[in-house]
Ligand binder design. Structure first.
Ligand SMILES: Cc1ncc(COP(=O)(O)O)c(C=O)c1O
Length: 382
């Protein structure tokens, strides 16, 4: 039985009537840039996350760029960011003219290793960007302690984790600013690119709103050099339809993760990633205590040279969709060679890049499909 990595139609077509009505509403009123739909969506996200300000933007990438610009990060500054993440995190640091300083990963959560970050602080360090990877929080108490010790801005890249919490606090609202992505594969997926920035800081919110529209206020009078980072009214209207169902999407993702873990855990050679790993062939992801994980990904660590690729090939042969998030850490990317980091400098990030394999976890995945994924893994271990 084929099992796709993601099935957007299963989620979106279930809401076809409401989505078409939202589309028609925007079509008819004709205000496509900002306006009522964007404001209402921003208010809804502010309410869900508890953030004081929510600012709809064109993508999760632009949310990070905007946050860095609003924080005044630029040439001569260094920004601590994980190497094991999607490109946008470090890419935005480079785009504002600052230097990304790559930090190793925690082998259990895949998130930034804050002790390693501490070793890389210099007098030029101005900010840290913890990424809450795969739907689970980075160690935010440690991040905040490091930031306060060195007077660093904290920008949370919560592209994959809107709605997840750390010790009761919503991700994105813990640091100075937080960023979300609504890329279609995210837990709240748009119909194209979309993102959002949250902050509790009035001055940063004001600067971000200005920078979102070329720094102009009033129109054609530019206080700052910004960009066009606006969220489309159409995306906001469509996202608002899906936001109503967000809690149920999360619940189903959690149930799917719990089912995988319950079924796989008993297989010989399988252990939880935070257990003693001697002899284990596959390590299952875990939610750390205090983390309300929202399971954007269910990512296995497949131990042993070449073994991850062998499991992936078997999944391909049995038509089970998988993805490698991420095959090459940022510090080893060609475009960041100028940062002066050798691949071996961040050994955990390199190890995870060779072991990680994400399997389908989307909310509409049914038990028969999950059983198929489990059966492939069973065959692999046999
Ligand atoms: C960790 C992380 N940061 C940033 C982004 C960028 O978001 P977007 O694709 O909406 O620009 C993504 C999503 O792809 C992501 O996974």
């Amino acid at each position: 039985m084929p099992v796709p990595l993601l099935d957007l139609n299963a989620q979106n077509l279930a809401l076809e009537t409401e989505l078409k009505a939202a589309f028609e509403r925007v079509l008819r009123h004709g205000q496509f840039i900002l306006g009522k739909e964007v404001t209402q969506f921003e208010e809804a996200i502010a309410k869900c996350t508890g953030a004081k300000h929510a600012i709809g933007v064109s993508s999760g990438t632009d949310a990070i760029l905007l946050a860095l610009m609003a924080a005044g990060i630029g040439p001569g500054d260094e920004v601590l960011c994980p190497s094991y993440t999607f490109f946008a995190t470090a890419g935005c640091v480079a785009r504002v003219g600052a230097k990304p300083v790559f930090v190793d990963a925690d082998p259990v959560t895949f998130n930034i290793d804050v002790a390693d970050a501490a070793r890389r602080v210099t007098p030029r360090t101005k900010a840290i960007i913890p990424v809450h990877l795969f739907g689970q929080a980075a160690a935010m108490d440690d991040v905040l302690a490091l930031a306060s010790q060195h007077n660093l801005r904290v920008i949370e890249d919560a592209a994959q984790s809107m709605g997840a919490a750390y010790r009761g606090r919503q991700l994105g609202t813990i640091g100075d600013m937080g960023t979300y992505s609504f890329f279609p594969s995210k837990n709240l997926g748009a119909f194209g690119d979309a993102g959002l920035l949250v902050t509790n800081d009035d001055a940063l919110a004001e600067r971000s709103r200005l920078l979102r529209t070329h720094g102009s206020k009033p129109k054609y009078y530019h206080k700052l050099v910004g960009g066009n980072f606006r969220l489309d009214a159409l995306q906001a209207a469509l996202l608002a339809v899906k936001l109503v169902h967000y809690a149920s999407y999360t619940e189903r993702r959690r149930a799917n993760a719990a089912y995988y873990t319950a079924q796989l855990r008993g297989l010989p050679g399988v252990a939880l990633v935070n257990e003693s790993t001697a002899g284990a062939k596959i390590l299952l992801p875990v939610a750390q205590p205090g983390n309300d994980h929202i399971w954007n990904q269910y990512t296995l660590r497949v131990i042993g040279a070449g073994r991850r690729d062998a499991l992936r090939a078997l999944c391909d042969a049995r038509k089970v969709g998988t993805e490698i998030y991420y095959p090459l850490p940022m510090h080893a990317q060609e475009c960041f060679a100028y940062c002066g980091c050798q691949p071996g400098d961040l050994p955990v990030a390199m190890q995870l890049a060779g072991e990680a394999l994400s399997v389908p976890i989307y909310p509409e995945l049914n038990r028969a499909q999950q059983d198929e994924v489990i059966d492939v893994i069973r065959q692999f271990l046999a």
